[in-house]
Design a protein around this ligand. Structure first.
Ligand SMILES: Cc1cc2nc3c(=O)[nH]c(=O)nc-3n(C[C@H](O)[C@H](O)[C@H](O)COP(=O)(O)O)c2cc1C
Length: 255
């Protein structure tokens, strides 16, 4: 079953190499406006986006986000933020106190931001632009907050590079549908087989070539480094362990 929208969704790939050509302001506006059309919890629209075009500021952002070259190269960097600051101002206007001290409040704003950014991503791709999310915006959020002058109750959830693609498309296989779609109740029957089949499919793409070093099992018994090994290694490393304090400093008390 397909439609032009589904076909476009299936063509998605993260772009990490960009041409230097600028993206016109009205194109950036069209992309963000499409983001705004996403569903939003109670129509509260608890997100904001900061567009960073200035090369020196993108250079600083690149340094803060794991030194990713794509942030220097892409003409546009969008910082998608959970934003309860606007709602706080609205509460004050109307004589109420905003409650921002529960996990739920942050979750509402983070989900709103995520839905908007993905709508924007699809809109961008429909215009021939490429994009890549930048979770590394949360590597040093305190410095990102300073760079972007984010006020209290605004937190950068994800970045996005945006520009005209300069690399060949590479569409990454996804897990078999059965692994993620459950009917009526959560059921992992047959999962292991599906995960191994996916592991094999990912190895065959060649993206892990050269990464076999250090796979447990020792010389001669090495399994191929594939998606299973990659994912497990990734999940076994602590990362961004200080976010709670920074969120609390920004006014999100996660009770
Ligand atoms: C929230 C989020 C954060 C991400 N952060 C980064 C990042 O910092 N750098 C990067 O190169 N890719 C990043 N990615 C892109 C993923 O690696 C990519 O979506 C995934 O490998 C699947 O590949 P595809 O998008 O090409 O299908 C991120 C994706 C998401 C959804």
């Amino acid at each position: 079953m397909s439609t032009p929208t589904i076909e476009q969704i299936y063509r998605h790939y993260s772009v990490r190499r960009y041409k230097p050509d600028p993206v016109p302001t009205d194109t950036i506006e069209a992309v963000v406006a499409a983001g705004q059309r996403a569903s939003t919890s109670s129509n509260l629209q608890t997100y904001s986006v900061v567009a960073v075009l200035d090369a020196a500021r993108r250079e600083r952002m690149a340094q803060l986000c794991g030194d990713q070259r794509q942030i220097r190269e892409a003409p546009v960097f969008l910082a998608w933020c959970a934003d309860l600051n606007r709602l706080d101002r609205i509460c004050r206007m109307r004589g109420y106190d905003l409650i921002s001290s529960y996990v739920e409040n942050f979750l509402v704003a983070a989900v709103d931001a995520a839905l908007a950014m993905q709508n924007a991503a699809l809109a961008a791709e429909s215009l021939g632009l490429g994009m890549c999310y930048i979770g590394a915006i949360r590597n040093q959020p305190q410095h990102v907050i300073k760079l972007l002058e984010l006020p209290r109750l605004v937190f950068p959830v994800a970045g996005m590079t945006l520009g005209w693609p300069a690399a060949e498309p590479f569409v990454r296989p996804r897990l078999p549908l059965d692994a993620v779609l459950h009917w009526e109740r959560y059921d992992t029957t047959g999962d292991e087989e599906a995960l191994h089949a996916y592991d094999q499919a990912m190895v065959e793409t060649g993206i892990y070539r050269g990464r076999q070093v250090g796979v447990p099992g020792g010389e001669g018994q090495r399994e191929a480094y594939g998606w299973l090994e990659h994912s497990a290694r990734r999940a076994a490393q602590p990362g961004r362990t200080h976010l709670r304090q920074i969120l609390e400093r920004q006014g999100f008390d996660l009770h």
